[in-house]
Design a protein around this ligand. Structure first.
Ligand SMILES: *Cc1c(COP(=O)(O)O)cnc(C)c1O
Length: 417
């Protein structure tokens, strides 16, 4: 987390003290670094050198429109999974011609809008979706550009909730059916098959399953070419892992370089859909300790952030580093469970962390830029938190903290008789 570092025992985001941010915007809040975000995107982009490519940032990792806008200014593409994400990208100034639309459950209205704005490609995940897409495109007098998403039946060796390339998963079309289906597509008048897509899962730290999926996809593409079906692009999805604890994921550069090597001399544009690898280490969750509760068996630091603000620990049993904003002496470290106020025992941010804590102290949960705010909810009627981005010595509020009024402003009492 290069852009979050201690200076004189105080934790900074770029050139700004996190304690100053807490004083100005209160806690909990997410704090992002613009430099970290842009550096990661450039790392992907530069690694491609002259190879034709699109980086379609996976919006679901962090969908704040300020983040999307910064990426749009770098000419990024976007990978969306819903109408809401489509509208966010458009509102952020994203180019529709660089949008790919993934997801197993695209609704009619979502397809109509995506056709209307002219997205680059639909990643189609089933035969029944092909039918729906063809019918709607015909009604709209359009031709839908599509890629077939292949399910390669490869174990990504990641958490089973974020593994997507196994035959038991709901995603994609079985590789063995793909060839026949591509010939069917050629007969569908309002579909234009331009690519093959594959995404085997998230937080990949071992690249061998990814390499296997590349082999399988390239084999399929070769067969298609031999049978007279020529594609424009191959989409290898996202999934590159980041370092939360002691994982050793490949660097962005090595990851892209290995991909380019496999496609050298082949006439395809490469598309990738990274999410986590761009934003995870560009953000932290800043929280304040309300109480230190010592029981006979455990020490709890009860903080003002909770599982509704950052779901990864509760959902995936994920480990994220927790750092004090003010570094104190380390002679008196005590093991703490860092927990929130939500009424669930799954409501923890970290367990058994050796820290020297006092009530009122600020803590940061590291590597929280991806699947942090975007997965947050109002559970326990907690307003969703503020989001802030630091740009050198400047601080920008990019999402206001929700208020208690907005919590139930869509709700209605039933009339009394
Ligand atoms: C979630 C997702 C991604 C992004 O995954 P990361 O691990 O965040 O890079 C890319 N493509 C598809 C289809 C996804 O579902």
């Amino acid at each position: 987390m290069k852009y979050f570092s201690y200076q004189h025992n105080e934790l900074y985001a770029e050139e700004v003290k996190l304690s100053d941010i807490a004083a100005q915007f209160e806690t909990p809040c997410y704090v992002y670094s613009r430099a970290a975000l842009e550096e990661n995107w450039h790392a992907f982009n530069n690694a491609f050198e002259n190879a034709p490519h699109k980086i379609c940032y996976a919006v679901k990792a962090n969908s704040n429109i300020a983040i999307l806008n910064l990426l749009a200014r770098l000419n990024s593409g976007f990978d969306i999974v819903s109408l809401g994400e489509l509208e966010r990208v458009l509102a952020a100034g994203g180019d529709p011609k660089k949008i790919v639309f993934s997801g197993v459950g695209k609704k009619t209205q979502e397809i109509i809008r995506a056709l209307e704005v002219g997205i680059y490609c639909f990643n189609v995940e089933s035969d029944v979706e092909l039918e729906r897409l063809n019918t709607i495109a015909k009604q709209q007098n359009k031709v839908a550009p599509i890629a077939l998403r292949i399910n390669p039946n490869i174990d990504a060796r990641t958490h089973h909730y974020i593994s997507t390339g196994l035959k038991d998963n709901k995603f994609g079309i079985a590789a063995e059916n793909a060839l026949a289906l591509c010939h069917e597509i050629k007969k569908m008048t309002h579909l234009n098959l331009i690519g093959i897509a594959c995404h085997i899962g998230s937080q990949l730290t071992d690249l061998s399953p990814f390499q296997e999926s590349i082999t399988l996809v390239l084999e399929l593409v070769k067969q298609l070419t031999e049978q007279g079906i020529q594609l424009k692009h191959i989409n290898f999805g996202g999934g590159l892992g980041v370092r939360y604890q002691d994982e050793q994921p490949p660097s962005i550069n090595d990851y892209v370089k290995s991909l380019c090597q496999r496609l050298q001399h082949l006439p395809y544009e490469i598309i990738i859909e990274p999410g986590r690898a761009i934003v995870a280490n560009a953000g932290v969750l800043l929280t304040r300790i309300e109480y230190l509760k010592h029981t006979a068996h455990k020490n709890f630091a009860i903080v003002d952030a909770a599982m509704n603000d950052l779901m990864r620990p509760a959902l995936y049993d994920a480990w994220q580093n927790i750092l004090p904003v003010e570094l104190k002496n380390t002679h008196t470290l005590v093991p703490y469970d860092i927990v929130g106020p939500v009424c669930e025992s799954a409501d923890f941010l970290g367990k058994n962390r050796l820290l020297n804590l006092h009530a009122g102290d600020l803590l940061t949960v590291c590597s929280a830029g991806a699947y942090g705010f975007s997965m947050s909810s109002n559970y326990n009627s907690r307003p969703r938190v503020a989001e802030i981005i630091v740009d050198k010595n400047k601080v920008h509020l990019i999402r206001e903290r929700e208020t208690t009024e907005t919590l139930f402003s869509n709700e209605k009492l039933i009339p009394s008789f």
